[in-house]
Design a protein. Structure first.
Length: 154
């Protein structure tokens, strides 16, 4: 475990801009996650798609697209492209009614990646208690509310 040192004293942090730190945290975490996914041969939207159709009976393609629309500015067109890419790699199938299902290979990749994702989450949360994490999210939610913004996650 490496030693972590804060960049500023508490007195100096009070004057730091929340927008910078929230953006820097978001960019660093998303980059870390996307790097892990790339090592599994997946993009982040492809990972989301695999997780949406994990049930044995699959899921309707239109429902998957509607659910994922807007995640980190992902639009319908790119989601359809990602679904096609997963289909071309034989990781999922689509029946004539538009129902998506994982293939055995798709399920194995999804399950293997889920294990790696848990390790990645632990890396991101190292040295942060559950209470600190929850408090941080509540503070960010309040700040979003204070400026008239909206944020939610499924």
């Amino acid at each position: 475990m490496d030693t972590f040192t804060y960049s500023h004293s508490d007195a100096d942090l009070i004057d730091q801009p929340i927008g910078y730190w929230a953006s820097a945290a978001g960019a660093a975490v998303v980059h870390h996650i996307r790097t892990m996914l790339a090592e599994s041969g997946l993009t982040q939207p492809e990972w989301w798609i695999l997780n949406q159709i994990i049930a044995d009976d699959g899921r309707d393609k239109a429902d998957v697209v509607a659910t994922l629309r807007g995640y980190l500015n992902v639009g319908d067109g790119s989601l359809h492209h990602d679904i096609s890419a997963l289909h071309d790699r034989a990781l999922l199938t689509e029946d004539t009614g538009g129902r998506l299902r994982l293939t055995a290979e798709g399920r194995k990749l999804r399950d293997d990646t889920a294990g790696r994702q848990q390790k990645t989450r632990a890396e991101i949360h190292e040295g942060v208690t559950d209470e600190e994490y929850i408090r941080t999210l509540k503070v960010l939610q309040r700040m979003i509310h204070n400026v008239g913004g909206e944020a939610w996650h499924h």
